[in-house]
Design a protein around this ligand. Structure first.
Ligand SMILES: [Zn+2]
Length: 206
């Protein structure tokens, strides 16, 4: 792509760094912003900068929060002994929308992926295992997407907690393999939480 301006080229390159956005789409978005009043670009950059600088992750569950302890962890009517393990904030929002879950979450911040170079130490796994070791948890529910990375992550955690006195289950899959949680409809997701199965019976023979 030949640019008539270095400023335009820089902006397009930055926007094109976002996932799912190619150079053409980036160009369209940048040109759109140029046609809008200056304030709109300012509001956009301010919102992003403010989010980036001020965002807090809950000390207990690692979910994105406005406070040191998130609203879910702070809610005394939730069952703190039932912990649903998810990849990120989108999964928390999807499960909250079902209104079927009264426990708390543990947000891993990703999945183990050798291909993408994501190792267990880069995820919030140790703090989860610590909670189990400290007898704070009666049940762990795995709710990661059923991709190879999701299965690998579940199994990695399972191996480290199976000796402890904790029930380990996984959400039943009404959704096809590879579907991301956030795309599952609320009824299906709620049902798969309700009909969760013991993790051990879900492990495929290797
Ligand atoms: Zn929390």
């Amino acid at each position: 792509m030949e640019f008539s301006s270095k400023l335009l080229e820089n902006a397009v390159n930055e926007v094109a760094m976002l996932p799912g956005i190619g150079k053409r789409t980036a160009m369209r978005l940048v040109l759109h912003l140029l046609k809008q009043p200056n304030e709109q670009t300012q509001m956009l950059t301010e919102a992003l900068t403010k989010m980036r600088n001020e965002i807090i992750y809950c000390q207990n569950c690692h979910n994105i929060s406005d406070n040191v302890i998130c609203e879910i962890c702070n809610n005394p009517s939730r069952d703190h002994s039932i912990v649903c393990v998810v990849e990120d904030v989108r999964d928390v929002m999807a499960i909250e929308n079902t209104r079927m879950f009264k426990g708390i979450y543990h947000v891993l911040g990703g999945k183990i992926s050798p291909i993408e170079g994501i190792s267990p130490s880069q995820l919030n796994i140790n703090s989860l295992i610590q909670k189990v070791k400290e007898n704070k948890v009666s049940e762990i529910i795995f709710a990661l997407s059923s991709t190879m990375e999701g299965d690998t992550t579940n199994f990695y955690i399972y191996k480290q907690i199976k000796e402890y006195k904790v029930n380990i289950s996984t959400i039943a899959r009404g959704i096809s393999v590879g579907d991301e949680l956030e795309y599952a409809d609320e009824v299906t997701l709620g049902r798969s939480l309700l009909h969760r199965i013991p993790f051990e019976s879900s492990i495929k023979p290797m």
